[in-house]
Design a protein around this ligand. Structure first.
Ligand code: HEC
Ligand code: HEC
Ligand code: HEC
Ligand code: HEC
Ligand code: HEC
Ligand code: HEC
Length: 268
């Protein structure tokens, strides 16, 4: 047998063993507590099977059972994610999306916003599975589509007709957005490299304050410094979600060029 086949077979063995365990222990609890049909349970199981979690052997009980007390958990919260995704949870709690939860208040909802929000989203509570479908854990869908289930200001709505969105669409439906594409998350939940792992900074306030933090952390991975600053301080262009090249020219860059000329004696 080839190595690859062996690996696949041992995966299958692990998966069927796990499935056996679910059916004997946690499955009946889940069905009862959530009052879902056998068909719905099977649908959930199928979604889970395609997820990064299934590959990593993170199974139903990893989220639906308390690690210490072994008690059954019908509705897992960020507490259950935290045992494996400490960075995501910690950063989420520091931004606008998560700060109310950190302070022990009820989670943020669009009804509390001053920015325009979709009418049918007003009572949705913000937590990990607001953006991540809990059973597919799909990050592609989380990067744009999930944001647009709530946000309805001009800047957000204009994203879909920007060159950035076009690049994202061309790259296709990757489970994990490619680093060549620019999604809402690229600018607002930027990736950070820690050792040889890429982590996502879930603090959605971080790149906004101060505004030029986004230039350094995000834009300059792909664009020059002048293009980036000229774009980001052009309020109309921000509202258009960067749908055209910047037209304004920040004075600072001209001043620096003049100074350079003077210094090198070439200027007048
Ligand atoms: C990554 C963590 C995670 C894993 C793995 C996971 N779940 Fe869930 N599950 C959740 C979360 C989060 C919710 C939503 C809780 C809520 O509604 O607030 C949920 C909800 C559910 C519900 C209720 C659905 C409804 O419509 O009310 C069922 C049933 C369920 N899960 C079954 C399963 C089964 C079966 C598996 C394994 C095949 C599984 N889950 C694996 C996190 C997980
Ligand atoms: C028992 C550990 C464990 C728990 C609990 C857990 N995860 Fe994961 N999760 C993993 C592992 C392992 C991976 C795959 C490696 C990685 O990307 O970090 C992963 C990957 C992910 C990914 C990335 C998927 C991708 O395609 O790159 C998301 C999103 C995610 N988890 C969300 C959650 C959420 C939300 C919860 C809580 C409801 C949760 N996880 C609970 C271990 C866990
Ligand atoms: C506002 C939407 C949103 C919320 C809320 C959110 N995520 Fe994410 N998350 C994303 C997006 C988008 C990505 C992928 C971004 C990328 O790869 O460029 C991601 C990536 C991840 C990843 C894979 C990358 C990594 O850092 O390991 C994990 C794990 C994850 N999220 C877990 C969580 C957990 C746990 C919570 C709750 C504390 C959470 N997420 C809340 C949108 C969200
Ligand atoms: C459940 C609805 C919901 C979803 C989904 C959601 N948001 Fe938000 N977001 C909000 C609300 C509510 C606010 C607060 C707005 C206000 O106070 O006016 C907010 C605020 C923000 C802010 C402003 C932060 C600040 O400090 O002022 C940014 C940026 C943002 N969201 C980006 C995103 C991105 C990117 C995604 C997807 C990856 C996303 N949001 C998904 C509801 C949502
Ligand atoms: C290329 C980078 C980029 C992309 C892509 C992007 N944004 Fe923004 N976003 C910005 C900048 C820059 C601002 C303005 C910051 C400021 O006003 O200080 C902003 C502002 C916002 C705000 C308002 C914050 C406030 O308090 O006024 C929200 C909400 C937001 N973006 C959501 C989104 C959503 C949702 C998407 C995707 C549909 C998206 N953004 C795509 C860069 C981006
Ligand atoms: C991952 C790479 C990447 C990142 C990060 C990125 N961009 Fe872009 N940007 C592109 C690509 C690719 C295009 C499309 C260029 C084309 O069609 O010629 C583009 C187009 C643009 C345009 C349209 C005008 C033009 O020159 O065609 C503006 C404005 C822009 N980006 C600003 C920004 C700003 C501001 C940031 C940071 C908040 C940013 N970009 C982050 C890759 C990136």
């Amino acid at each position: 047998m080839r190595d690859k086949d062996k690996r696949v077979n041992s995966y299958l063995a692990v998966i069927s063993l796990c499935l056996l365990m679910f059916f004997s222990s946690i499955f009946p609890d889940l069905a009862l507590a959530a009052n879902v049909s056998q068909a719905e349970l099977q649908k959930i199981e199928k979604q889970w099977q395609t997820s990064a979690h299934a590959l990593a052997e993170v199974n139903c009980s990893s989220c639906h059972q308390n690690e210490e007390t072994k008690a059954f958990v019908a509705k897992p919260t960020e507490e259950s994610c935290k045992s494996c995704h400490e960075n995501s949870v910690d950063t989420f709690l520091l931004g606008k999306h998560g700060i109310r939860t950190l302070e022990g208040l009820s989670p943020l909802t669009p009804a509390m916003a001053h920015l325009p929000m979709k009418d049918d989203s007003l009572n949705r509570q913000m937590n990990c599975n607001t953006c991540h479908d809990e059973h597919t854990a799909n990050t592609y869908q989380a990067s744009v589509d999930s944001c647009l289930t709530c946000h309805a200001d001009n800047h957000s709505l204009n994203y879909q007709s920007s060159p950035h969105a076009e690049v994202f669409r061309k790259i296709g439906t990757l489970a994990r957005p490619n680093s060549d594409s620019v999604t809402c998350a690229t600018c607002h939940l930027p990736r950070t490299v820690s050792g040889d792992t890429v982590l996502v900074n879930h603090n959605n306030t971080y790149t906004l304050k101060p505004r030029d933090r986004m230039v350094k952390e995000v834009c300059m991975n792909c664009h020059g410094v002048e293009h980036s600053y000229n774009s980001i301080f052009d309020d109309e262009l921000v509202e258009a979600n960067f749908a055209r090249p910047p037209t304004q020219k920040l004075q600072t860059f001209q001043l620096v060029r003049d100074l350079e000329k003077k210094r090198s004696g070439k200027g007048s």
